[in-house]
Write a protein that binds this ligand. Structure first.
Ligand code: SAM
Ligand code: DTB
Ligand code: SF4
Length: 333
């Protein structure tokens, strides 16, 4: 049998317990992507077992609490005002409706509840209103996560005081590709918000989108940004597969090879061993076999519920059946 050290990759000395102060050069990450598929999956699954129960999957339910009408121009997003996608702009949801959705998610087995808002940056009064939603979700016994856009001074503290567990704010791509997909803000704006979240002691949920036309090197560049975040990599890493939405500039993007998506999950697992790696958007288009490979590669969280924010997700019954078929079980609260 060939020893893995025969591969021209100087990664074997790196242990899966590497701390975030040990930086991952992008070349090393690209070398992981270049490994034979079986070798990469073996390494990723080994790291996964060292840090997690390999049979346990976190179920996180999403709710769009404020939909559409967003002034940003993210080329993938159906909620931008710049594109004609047929998503109407709405107002912030009322507390009672959010409580009902949280209860239903809890009853269906979710342990985490993520509220998304199509804002560039919430105003002070928006943050106050979302803080009330966070208290409501926490009262139902769920972990609370919010994704509201860029945060100003003091906002993260306000959300923390309401009980927020995670703030989601994605870097989405390699810095060198970012200008191709968003023009209304820059990469540093994202990093600044992530610093504010960390500074307030709220856990960071940060990932990206794969399949937007980026190169493998740029996928490695995204993972490098996440894995090298200071002072540590995110506690939670959503890896989204682009959902191609009619009317957006990326609607006709050529399909990504599914193995390349699985590789991205594996590389995220190896470089961020303690993180929850979430197999996020795009599962409905993916098929069960590819999802199973993603779990084998170290994904241990999914979005659970019939809808993401504006697009579809496998329904609860289909996900329950998939978990049962694979001998996986939902993480308990
Ligand atoms: N407006 C806030 C922001 O951009 O941070 C929060 C909501 S935004 C919809 C959250 C994330 O959804 C984006 O960062 C992106 O990763 C993901 N997303 C949006 N549209 C997507 C699509 N068509 N396919 C895959 N992921 C998508
Ligand atoms: C994340 O990384 N993906 C989620 C969540 N965080 C907010 C959003 C996916 C959105 C997919 C497109 C839509 O449904 O509008
Ligand atoms: Fe707005 Fe977020 Fe969509 Fe960008 S990803 S257009 S910021 S809702």
């Amino acid at each position: 049998m060939q020893a893995s050290t025969e591969h021209p990759v100087h990664l074997v000395s790196r242990t899966s317990t590497a701390r975030a102060d040990e930086r991952w050069p992008v070349e090393d990450i690209e070398a992981l992507f270049d490994l034979p598929f079986a070798e990469l999956l073996h390494r990723a699954h080994t790291v996964h077992r060292e840090h997690h129960d390999p049979h346990e999957i976190e179920l996180a339910t999403l709710l769009s609490v404020k939909t559409g009408g967003c002034p940003e121009d993210c080329a993938y997003c159906p909620q931008s005002v710049h594109f004609d996608t047929g998503v109407p702009a709405g107002k912030l949801m009322a507390v009672d409706a959010v409580r009902e959705a949280a209860r239903a998610a809890r009853a269906a087995g979710a342990t985490r509840f993520c509220m998304g808002a199509a804002w560039r940056a919430p105003k002070d009064r928006d943050v106050e209103a979302v803080a009330e939603l966070v208290r409501t979700v926490k009262a139902e016994g769920l972990e609370a996560c919010a994704t509201l856009g860029m945060l100003a001074e003091g906002h993260a503290e306000q959300l923390r005081d309401a009980g927020l567990d995670y703030y989601n704010h994605n870097l989405d791509s390699d810095p060198g590709f970012y200008g191709d997909i968003v023009s209304t803000r820059d990469y540093q704006d994202r990093l600044d918000t992530l610093q504010r979240v960390r500074g307030a002691g709220v856990k960071v949920c940060c990932g990206g989108i794969v399949g937007m036309g980026e190169s493998r090197r740029q996928r490695a560049g995204l993972i490098a940004q996440l894995a090298n975040l200071e002072p540590d990599y995110p506690e939670s890493v959503p890896i989204n597969h682009l959902v191609k939405v009619a009317g957006t500039p990326l609607a006709d993007e050529p399909d990504l090879d599914p193995f390349e998506f699985v590789r991205t999950i594996a590389v995220a697992r190896i470089t961020m061993p303690r993180a929850k790696v979430r197999l996020s958007a795009g599962r409905q288009q993916m098929g069960e076999a590819v999802q199973a490979l993603c779990f084998q590669a170290g994904a241990n969280s999914i979005f659970y519920g019939d809808k993401l924010l504006t697009t579809g997700n496998p329904d609860v019954a289909a996900d329950q059946a998939l978990l049962a078929k694979l001998g996986l079980r939902a993480r308990q609260a």
